[in-house]
Design a protein around this ligand. Structure first.
Ligand code: MN
Length: 567
């Protein structure tokens, strides 16, 4: 059953989905997308993707209705009335996420990702948003260039990494690939001009080698469910090429063969058989079954001197591992759903009772299966941020504050002068009292007044130590700046997939670019550690250039930075 049929069946057989379908069709009637298509096509495509990923009925309905609040006159209350609290909650979450915009400020990236997770509360919100973004990226060509670039950047900096963390490896890669031509048009052209022939050559080769591999494995008594091959994604290929002096001959996994077998024993048996027949390249055997990647990815990888001595990468995994690599957390969830309510996967109309979903609990169980649960938890757990809120300045910058913070905390967080002269505040365009409790996603604006002094009463409600200290010193009359504005350097936080020699590789990039490292700290010693480099760069320009260079190192997963000042 293909995905179009799947959702069609769902709609036909499920009254609630049909009701949402009809409502969305009706509400979006007459609305057109930039490419001239009816707007409804977009929400239907989003719902189809959600169904394909195996999420529950509530998510599919929310997918159909995800743009209703934003783009039609239909209010959230009516959704609640018609479809219940859970659908309303998910639609509201997706609407909120849509308001967060990434405007290319590198140091905002990590905060934005955290804010997305904090705002979502339920990971289904993010998954629906990812399905929405996937379709928007697939149809990005219709938008004006300015918008294309912004959305592509946001996708590559925010959504693709989020998908990756949720184990949705394939989707993360697809998002990166869809964004790549818009962010790096010249590089993309170069790639297309230089690679297509190589791709085709490699595919023909893979096609020929497939039956040979299959026979060898079957002769060894291993049941092969499927062998296919996948072409390397453009975006990751480009990163790799940068490391190999743009020499395509050096990229062995341009096209990798993928073997799907029944169980883990067969995975290892297949690996042994392959190595018996084709010698492996040293240091290229990766056992992600014994040691899954922190995002949950499991597989065996090896690179061998294959048929005709051609160096070729082969990946071996079970069906379950394969599904997980494609849709990550969604796949896992679909599996849990099918266990609980067998009828779901058979496409019948009975769905999991929502109490049975207990989605966060399942997530925790899932995490327990990992070799390094703590690290994994940290990147996924939604209440990890429960004591933090993320609010936005009118310019779109994200400010990270403790829960319960007020506009005064916000003002002092921006600058001591703004705190001291704070006279009033607006939240989401409305005037609020200064002790107003901010919530994640609020847009906060502060009005200042010349010669205004901080008030002692502020001490009763501010949350941050920073605000408290500044108010006290302001009251004493010595409104001297506690923080000097002289920038002394910057801290780069680099999250890596550890490997021997990596630190040397990273420091080499620093020295090649004539950047002095002041200190290096390891924040966690997990297998997915974060390294903190303090260096002497003082302008964002230079830092961003350095980051671009660093990003060519494959093991580097993420980089964020912060300037630091003396005090
Ligand atoms: Mn949408």
């Amino acid at each position: 059953m293909n995905k179009a049929e799947k959702i069609e069946n769902l709609i036909k057989e499920n009254g609630r989905v049909k009701k949402a379908y009809d409502l969305a069709l009706n509400l979006h009637k007459g609305q057109k997308r930039k490419n001239g298509e009816p707007y409804f096509n977009h929400v239907l495509a989003t719902a189809e993707t959600i169904a394909q990923w195996g999420l529950d009925e509530t998510s599919i309905i929310s997918g159909l209705l995800h743009d209703v609040v934003e783009d039609t006159e239909y209010p959230l209350e009516k959704i609640k009335e018609q479809f219940g609290d859970e659908v309303a909650f998910l639609v509201d979450g997706v609407t909120k996420l849509g308001k967060i915009k990434y405007r290319g400020v590198e140091r905002q990236v990590e905060n934005l990702r955290k804010m997305m997770l904090a705002l979502s509360q339920d990971l289904r919100v993010i998954i629906i948003k990812l399905a929405d973004r996937l379709h928007n990226m697939r149809t990005l060509a219709a938008l004006p260039p300015q918008k294309q670039k912004r959305i592509a950047l946001e996708t590559s900096e925010i959504y693709a990494p989020l998908a990756y963390r949720l184990g949705m490896q394939w989707i993360s890669g697809e998002l990166e690939d869809l964004a790549f031509p818009y962010i790096y048009p010249k590089e993309y052209r170069w790639l297309i001009d230089n690679i297509n022939e190589k791709y085709e050559e490699r595919e023909t080769y893979a096609e020929k080698a497939k039956p040979i591999l299959k026979k060898i494995l079957e002769d060894a008594g291993i049941e092969v469910l499927k062998i296919d091959y996948r072409a390397k994604k453009y975006s990751s290929l480009y990163k790799k090429l940068l490391r190999w002096d743009m020499d395509i001959e050096k990229i062995y996994d341009l096209v990798a063969l993928r073997v799907i077998v029944n169980n883990i024993e067969d995975c290892y048996a297949a690996l042994g058989t392959i190595h018996n027949n084709w010698p492996p390249l040293p240091n290229r055997i990766k056992d992600y079954i014994a040691l899954p990647k922190p995002n949950g990815y499991r597989s065996l990888h090896t690179t061998v001197f294959f048929v005709n001595n051609k160096i070729t990468e082969i990946q071996i995994r079970t069906k379950a591992m394969h599904d997980e690599a494609e849709t990550g957390i969604a796949a896992h969830w679909a599996y849990e759903l099918s266990k609980n309510t067998k009828t779901y996967m058979e496409g019948k109309s009975s769905f999991a009772d929502k109490r049975e979903l207990q989605w966060v609990n399942q997530l925790k169980n899932w995490q327990n299966e990992f070799s390094d649960p703590e690290e994994f938890l940290e990147s996924l757990k939604i209440d990890f941020f429960k004591d933090r809120i993320f609010v936005i300045t009118p310019k779109g910058e994200v400010v990270d504050l403790p829960a319960g913070s007020t506009p005064i905390d916000f003002a002092y967080q921006i600058h001591s002068d703004i705190g001291n002269s704070c006279a009033g505040a607006k939240v989401n365009g409305k005037i609020v009292p200064l002790d107003f409790q901010l919530r994640s996603g609020d847009i906060v604006e502060v009005n200042t007044q010349k010669n205004k002094k901080p008030s002692e009463s502020w001490l009763d409600f501010v949350k941050t130590t920073n605000a408290k200290n500044q108010i006290k010193s302001g009251l004493k009359g010595n409104v001297k700046k506690l923080v000097s504005t002289e920038i002394k350097g910057s801290d780069l936080k680099i999250t890596v997939e550890d490997k021997i020699g990596l630190l040397k590789e990273i420091t080499a990039v620093f020295s090649r670019n004539h950047v002095n490292i002041i200190s290096i700290n390891t924040i966690s010693n997990a297998r997915f550690p974060t390294l903190k480099f303090r260096c002497d760069l003082t302008t964002t320009d230079k830092i961003e250039k350095l980051i671009l260079k660093l990003k060519t190192i494959k093991e580097i997963k993420e980089i964020s930075y912060q300037l630091f000042k003396t005090n």
